[in-house]
Design a protein around this ligand. Structure first.
Ligand code: PLP
Length: 357
């Protein structure tokens, strides 16, 4: 007995966890600062924590009302119809629904390199093939229409990450529109706005009023601090939004996730604090870190440090976990998640000491 041929598939490499590193290095987990996975340093909104506690007693029921309520709430927030909101188990789950809805076996997708690994993984799970467009470090990872279109060859889905992970850059709405204009009618442009709250740019959801070839991905994992509950969604054009009913896993988001999401959406203060602090931290890192950085619109900053693995290991021995970007194809870069003010200062201090050693 064997699974199908999975040799083209690669496992996702997550940032390292606190427990894992604490055990390995003999640290008390409380002495470690984890700035490796772009999580929210303030944790979830207290309102979401309450909602999860209260909702626990309802865990025996399928999430029918809460799913409907959250969908309606998000539809209102983005001024779209409820059918256009595809709730999922994390943004990653929404990427799977888009693959299921769009890809026939052998269809190709176009993904950024460096970029978020799950686009390609999801396409392969759905018997698709993966091509990439290169963002070049020497070009400052510039996110232009040309960069994408010069690699484009009729793919079924084109992924644009804005803000881009790991560089932090953004696509302007004009650029997104030109890409959608220039690609074939059957090509869907997916704009991944996992870090949308941290950016000053307008959401691409506004393009859906007039277009049927753009979909937007959002998540509760970053600015809303709910990475552990797994809640995200795609906003898709009205024309084909009803495909969700035919591709989704029944009850795509859990009762606790839906309740937490609803509560988090009411806690503007928590999101504002998270976004303000990330903006402060970005500036602090640009100004204080003794390494070159790229301007970021997310809750992280990419920095060029020499040998990323060596530097990340040395900083980790000092209790700060950063993301070694070797797995992104950037062996000379680390990505620093914006922490609280104290965490960010400590990370920069330790990193500077390692760099000057
Ligand atoms: C974090 C992230 C996501 C979504 O993650 P989920 O936790 O599955 O919601 C999507 N795209 C990018 C680029 C990300 O960094």
């Amino acid at each position: 007995m064997e699974p199908r041929d999975l040799s083209a598939h690669v496992a996702y490499q997550a940032g390292r966890g606190i427990e894992e590193v604490a055990r390995e290095l003999g640290f008390d987990p409380d002495d470690l600062v984890k700035l490796a996975s772009n999580e929210n340093p303030f944790g979830p909104s207290p309102a979401a924590v309450d909602a999860i506690r209260t909702g626990a007693g309802n865990a025996s029921s399928y999430p029918k009302a809460s799913h409907t309520d959250l969908t309606a709430r998000l539809a209102k927030r983005w001024a779209v119809e409820p059918v256009q909101v595809w709730l999922a188990n994390g943004g990653d789950g929404a990427l799977d629904y888009l693959s299921r809805a769009m890809l026939d076996p052998g269809d190709e997708v176009l993904v950024p390199s460096p970029g978020f690994a799950y686009y390609g993984m999801s396409a392969r799970y759905h018997h698709g093939e993966v091509n990439d467009y290169s963002l070049s470090k020497s070009d400052g990872f510039g996110l232009t229409a040309d960069t994408v279109l010069s690699a484009y060859d009729g793919e079924r889905i084109v992924y644009l990450t804005s803000p881009h992970n790991p560089s932090g850059g953004v696509f302007s709405l004009d650029t997104i529109e030109s890409i959608a204009d220039e690609t074939d009618e059957r090509t869907l442009v997916v704009v991944d706005e996992a870090y949308g709250e941290y950016a000053e740019t307008e959401t691409a959801i506004s393009l859906l009023d007039e277009r049927d070839d753009v979909a937007v991905l959002r998540t509760f994992s970053k600015a809303f601090g709910l990475a552990g509950v797994r809640l995200g969604y795609a906003v898709v054009p009205d024309d084909w939004a009803d495909a969700y009913a035919r591709v989704n896993t029944p009850f795509a988001a859990s009762e606790l996730a839906c309740r937490a999401g609803l509560a988090a959406l009411s806690d503007d203060e928590h999101v504002e604090k998270s976004v303000e602090t990330a903006r402060w931290a970005r500036e602090y890192i640009y100004e204080t870190l003794d390494a070159s950085t790229w301007e970021s619109h997310g809750n992280f900053v990419l920095a060029e440090v020499g040998s990323a693995t060596e530097v990340a290991d040395a900083v980790q021995e000092r209790g700060v976990i950063l993301r070694d970007c070797t797995s992104f194809g950037l062996p000379e870069c680390v990505r620093i998640t914006c922490g609280t003010k104290d965490e960010t200062k400590r990370a920069v201090r330790e990193l500077n000491e390692v760099l000057s050693a």
